[in-house]
Structures are given as C-alpha cells and as structure tokens.
Design a protein around this ligand. Structure first.
Ligand code: 2RA
Length: 338
C-alpha cells in the first residue's frame, strides 16, 4: 500500500507514523508530505528513510490512501485533487466533517457505512471521537435525550506552538510578547476558550461536539450543550458527560454495555480510587470510561467521565483504524485505486 501522510512534520503526523508502524499497516511505500519549507527533509519509517515531498509531487506519486492532518484549508484544496486520481483521503481537519456528502467515521461505531464511493472520509474532532465511542452503545439501548458536556482538553490539541508555549512557561519564561497560540499563560492555568468564539458565544470546539455527535449518531433531536476548556495536561482530553435518556437504565447495564464495546476500557472502582486519568491514557489507543453513576437530580440521568489520548484515538489512531478497515474490505489498495 502506497501511503501518503500529509502534515508529516506536525504533532499528529509524528504520531501517525508511530501508529501505522504499531498497527503493522501494510505500507509498501511511505510518502511523507509537508509544506515547501520541509521538502527534502528525511523521515524515518520502519527503519527506512523517506524524503518529504510537496503536495503536488505527492499527487503525482498516486498513493492508495492519503491521511491528512494539515489543517482545513490544505484539506479543502488538496483532498479533491487526490480523490480525482482515485486516492482515498482520510482527513483529520474539520473541512469535510459536516459536508452532507462525506462520511464522519469512528470505525467501532459506523465504519460499515463506508463504500467504494467514499474517496474523502472525515475523521471526527478528537473530543467527539472519545465522547461518541462511549455514547453510541448507550444511545442504541436507552435513547439519548440530552447531553451536557464539559471538556478538559490537553494543550497538545493545538499542536507544536502550544507545546512550545507550555514548555516555555514551565521554564518560567514570560510568553506574553511572543506569537503564542493562547491569549493567556496555559501553564498552571485553565482557559475556557478552545478555537474561536462564534456569534452564539460558544466556541467552534464546543459546536463541533454538538453537530458531529448528532451526525455520527444520526439523530438531530439530541439536545446538546458543551463547554470546552484548555488545561495544562499532556496526556489527553478528559470529559465530564451528563446524559439524560428517554428510557430507564441501570448502572450495571451501562457498565456491561461499555465493557462489551470494542475500543472502550472501563476503569470504575472508586472504593479503590480507580478512574480514568490522562496520565494513564497517554500513548494508548483506547477510550477510558469511569465515574459511572446515576444523576439523581433527574429521571433517567447518568454521569460519566471519559478520557483518551487526543493525539492517538482522538486523531492518528482513529484515522489509521479507518484506513485499516478500508484495506481489510478491499476499498483501498493496488488495483482498487483508479
Ligand atoms: C483541540 N480538538 O484540541 C482540537 C484540535 N485538535 O485543539
């Protein structure tokens, strides 16, 4: 399989190579793709050195699959160019997620929707992936009426500039005069501002949780409100999730359904202080769920705590799992690509 990784020099791009290797993805040729200023650099993959190329060259190399993590504008311009030559694109940006002609995929939830006609496939936002993987089996069993979500998102979600700001502030440097991604210090701080504010005074990050969750679960009737907060944590995103169901449930059944869900690990034994934490989720591919308890303030109410490594299951791993599904179902690969 000829695989292009677009955004090869970014934070997610680096994790993408790790995950492709760990998952033994059948790569016959790796095509690292980045901006012109990185063209010519060498990327090591599986003990071999590959030269970074620009987007135009990458299209000419006709990869079987191109996994993008290079921002929305690059995806909007270049994903169709790859698709035109039959390359299947799995895109990590928000560019295509809400396009009604594009699939928004969490493999454990809805990979079966994919067909040979899907040449641009959208990877959901990191905070959506971990949320919906946990909620999908519960929605099927009890019908979700309303969600209230508070997220505690790692600064790594904003990429290398945010890591640089955090590390500088951790060293005691004043970053106020620098070109930093956050308006305020992130070290020893929490910032209730992920992405940009919209006219409804919510941020884009919060509205992604609203719109993407409804699209993946296929139910626009679900009432959803969210607050997304940036926190000085390395290992992943955490989410406090309050769910109101249409139908009665038992906590035991919830725990049973989550435990039976591929990709979910239930960590829930408060008598022994067992619950998910970014420290434990870092570098892992699963979504961790704990603090499972009834919300006694409403009928059919439930509280959950959901944690995942935002660079892995929240981005690279989910994308590689989509590509793995495509390969296993002969939707990509030599002879499939036009
Ligand atoms: C963030 N989900 O955490 C966004 C983009 N990865 O900043």
């Amino acid at each position: 399989m000829k695989v292009a990784v677009v955004g090869a020099t970014g934070l997610v791009g680096g994790v993408m190579f790790q995950v492709l290797q760990e998952h033994n993805f059948p790569v016959t040729e790796m095509i690292p793709v980045a901006s012109e200023r990185s063209v010519g650099k060498q990327i090591e993959y599986c003990g071999k050195s590959y030269t970074v190329v620009g987007l135009r060259t990458a299209v000419e190399m006709r990869p079987d699959v191109a996994i993008f993590s290079a921002g929305g504008s690059i995806s909007l311009e270049w994903a169709p160019k790859f698709a035109e030559i039959g390359t299947v694109v799995v895109d990590n940006s928000s560019a295509w997620r809400m396009d009604p002609t594009k699939k928004l995929i969490i493999p454990e939830v809805n990979a079966s929707e994919l067909t040979e006609r899907d040449l641009i496939i959208a990877n959901p936002n990191c905070s959506t992936i971990q949320l919906v993987l946990a909620l999908a089996p519960l929605h099927k069993a009890f019908g979700i009426k309303r969600l209230v979500i508070s997220t505690y998102q790692s600064f790594t979600g904003t990429g290398v500039p945010a890591v640089n700001q955090y590390e500088a502030e951790k060293r005691g440097e004043d970053t106020s005069g620098t070109d930093r991604p956050y308006s305020y210090p992130i070290f020893e701080n929490c910032i209730p501002h992920c992405d940009v504010f919209l006219n409804n005074d919510y941020t884009k990050e919060e509205m992604k949780l609203v719109h993407e969750t409804r699209k993946i679960l296929g139910d626009d009737s679900i009432a959803i409100t969210a607050t997304a907060v940036r926190v000085p944590v390395h290992g992943g995103h955490s989410e406090s999730v309050n769910v109101e169901f249409h139908r009665p449930f038992t906590v035991a059944k919830v725990r049973e359904l989550l435990t039976a869900t591929p990709g979910i690990v239930v960590q829930d034994d408060v008598k022994n202080n067992v619950y998910p934490m970014p420290l434990l989720a870092k570098h892992k591919d699963e979504v961790f769920v704990g603090r499972i308890r009834r919300d006694e303030s409403i009928e059919n109410g439930l509280n959950l705590w959901v944690v995942a490594d935002n660079l892995r299951k929240g981005a690279a791993t989910n994308a590689v799992q989509i590509a793995t599904y495509l390969a296993a179902n002969k939707l990509i690969g030599p002879g499939v690509t036009a």
